[in-house]
Design a protein around this ligand. Structure first.
Ligand SMILES: NC(=O)c1ccc[n+]([C@@H]2O[C@H](COP(=O)([O-])OP(=O)(O)OC[C@H]3O[C@@H](n4cnc5c(N)ncnc54)[C@H](OP(=O)(O)O)[C@@H]3O)[C@@H](O)[C@H]2O)c1
Length: 274
């Protein structure tokens, strides 16, 4: 039976790359979306053409009830074959530590931190009983079912290793998520594995112009843009490697080793002058 991966914010940009990587490796894909319904349906058609099953699941990630609906709708189709949740969706709103808006900061904490914690909790619950039953059955049945433990994989940001005060609340949420990789791995073991990837700049965001992005994308040790497909294949690697938990892969062309006083989009001109 094919395994399923649920990918949040899975219809565009990095989420889409991750869905394609899983499908090419033979996984069925549940593509969560909120507003990008057309893109989600188009991606599902593309994934089915690759020979796997695909499901588009709509929902807001801020509140618990909506997250629960997303999870339950997915499991109604996948059952226990749901073996990976990739927490890719995020809210990315500019603000600063001396002036952040409370509601906006909380929204980012809910989407970027609490939704990933909830999906981990529910995936662990889904698999806890079945793993117990397998252990209690014959040794042959236990060894026949041997495959990597299910996992949750969080998408962080190299910013957590390379702080600057821009995007204050977003960074706060990703810092907490980075610390949660070990904590959640300890909490949910041995049922689930918990891992993460920390990408660098991949896509144009917020107020950035294309010209600014083209320069900023090279502000890393390798002086070249990060290929989102490399981030996606790292997520797939973590999903399929039975021996890794509590680990973050930095997939950023070494951007975390290039300290900057502000977000790269605001300092790229001076950086390339110097
Ligand atoms: N972009 C970069 O260069 C970069 C750099 C470093 C790290 N990252 C991380 O990589 C991941 C993907 O980045 P990205 O730029 O591809 O993501 P993105 O385009 O900013 O967001 C991905 C999706 O998240 C969904 N989303 C946002 N808020 C939501 C909410 N309240 N409820 C439900 N869904 C919500 C949206 O889905 P709908 O469109 O369906 O509404 C959106 O398309 C993120 O975790 C980001 O922090 C990105």
């Amino acid at each position: 039976m094919r395994s399923w991966a649920l990918i949040t914010g899975g219809s565009v940009r990095l989420g889409r790359e991750i869905g394609l990587a899983f499908a090419r490796a033979g996984w069925n894909v549940a593509c969560h979306y909120n507003r990008s319904g057309e893109q989600a349906q188009a991606l599902c058609a593309e994934l089915r053409a690759l020979g796997v099953d695909a499901l588009a699941v709509q929902g807001e990630l801020e509140d618990e009830a909506s997250c629960q609906r997303i999870f339950d709708t997915t499991v109604a189709t996948t059952g226990l074959a749901l073996r990976c949740v990739v927490n890719n969706a995020s809210l990315f709103v500019p603000d600063e530590g001396d002036s952040f808006d409370e509601a906006q900061a909380l929204a980012q904490l809910k989407v970027n931190l609490m939704a990933p914690m909830r999906f981990g909790k529910w995936l662990a619950k889904l698999h806890a009983n079945s793993q117990q039953a397998t252990k209690q059955s014959t040794p042959e049945a236990a060894s026949a079912s041997h495959q990597p433990q299910p996992s949750v994989i969080h998408v962080l940001d190299q910013k957590v290793y390379n702080l600057n005060p821009d995007y204050f609340s977003y960074t706060l949420s990703k810092l907490a998520l980075e610390r949660a990789v070990s904590l959640q791995a300890q909490s949910l073991a041995p049922t689930l594995r918990v891992n993460a990837v920390a990408p660098g700049l991949m896509y144009l965001s917020g107020p950035q112009t294309q010209d600014n992005f083209n320069r900023a994308a090279q502000a890393n040790l390798l002086r070249q843009p990060i290929n989102p497909a490399d981030v996606a294949s790292s997520v797939l690697f973590l999903a399929q490697n039975a021996s890794i938990t509590g680990t973050t892969l930095r997939v950023d062309n070494g951007q975390h080793l290039v300290p900057l006083a502000r977000d790269v989009m605001f300092v790229v001109e001076e950086l390339f002058k110097s």
